[in-house]
Design a protein around this ligand. Sequence first.
Ligand code: GDP
Length: 307
Amino acid sequence: MKVSALAGGTGAAKLLRGLASCLAPEDLTVIGNTGDDTEVWRLHVSPDLDSVMYALAGVLDRERGWGRVNETFHCRDAMAAFGAETWFNLGDRDLATHLTRTAALRAGRSLSDVTLELTRRLGIAGLLLPMSDDPVRTRVRTPEAWLTFQEFFVRERARVKVLDVLYEGAEQARPAPRVLAAIADAELIIVCPSNPITSIGPILAVPGIREALARARARVVAVSPIVGDAAVSGPAGELMRARGLPVSPAGVASAYAPWLDALVIDAKDARYVDELATLGIAAVLADIVMTDAHTEVALARHVLAAA
Ligand code: GDP
C-alpha cells in the first residue's frame, strides 16, 4: 500500500518508525513541516525534517526525541566560550546535516533536493519531502512580542502566553515538487500525531495542499496528538486554545474536518465518538500513546487497518 504521511517532529517520528516497519520502505512518502525551520550560527536547521529523517534512519535519540543518538555537544560548548547564543542545542553529529544542507542551499540547490540527498546517504528508501521549497515561518504572538517558533518553543520553553499564530510567507509558497502528486497518488494518507497548529498547520497553509487533501481518492486518517484534555507532550494544547479550538480529540477533528475521514483517538476517549460523527469523521479507538518500538508498531498497524 502506498502511504503518504503529513508529519511534524517528535510524535510523527514515533509513528513513522512504526509504519516503516510495516510497509515496503519505498511505499512511504512523508510530507514534512518546515514552518519551524530556523538559522543557527548562519546554518539552516530544519528540526522536523531532521527528526523524521533520523527516526527513519534509526539514529534518532529516543530519550530526547530530537537530535542524533550518541551525540556530543563539544562545538556548542566551544561556541558558548566565544560568546555565541547556545539556547538552540546543535549536537556535533547533527552539525554535519546542517553544514551539508546550508552549503547546498547556498549553492542554489532546493531544500527538497538536498533533503533527498541527505536521506539517501542515511540509507532511507522512502521519500521525505519538505512541504515547500519556499520559506514559510511560523510566528507566535505573545503579550510582549512576535517570536519565531524556536524562540517560543526552545528559548522560552513554551512557557509564555500565546495570543496568536501565523505562517509568514505561506501565501506565496508553492508545494515542493512531488507533494501534490504524493497526495493524489497515495492509497492511504496519514496525518501523524503532531501539533495541529504549528506542525500540520503550516503544511495546510501552503496553497494547494488542503485542496489536494479534499480531492484525494485515498482515505485520510489522522492520529490525535491529544488524549483527554491535554497533549501527549509539548504545547499543542496552549496553541489550540489560542486558535479557539477545544483541547480535545474533537478539537483536533474540527481542525481537519473538511477533508478528514477518520481520527484515531485514545480508547479512554470513547465519549467523543458521537461528536466526531457529527463532523463526518469516523472515530477509531486504540492505545495511541507510543512508549517503545512495540507500541509504535501496534499503533501503525491500527492506522493501516483503519484504512
Ligand atoms: P510540538 O512538540 O508540539 O512542537 O509538536 P510535534 O508535532 O513536533 O510533536 C509533538 C506532538 O505529538 C504533540 O502534540 C504531542 O501531543 C504528540 N505526541 C507525542 N508523542 C505522542 C504519542 O506517543 N502518541 C500520540 N498520539 N501523540 C504524541
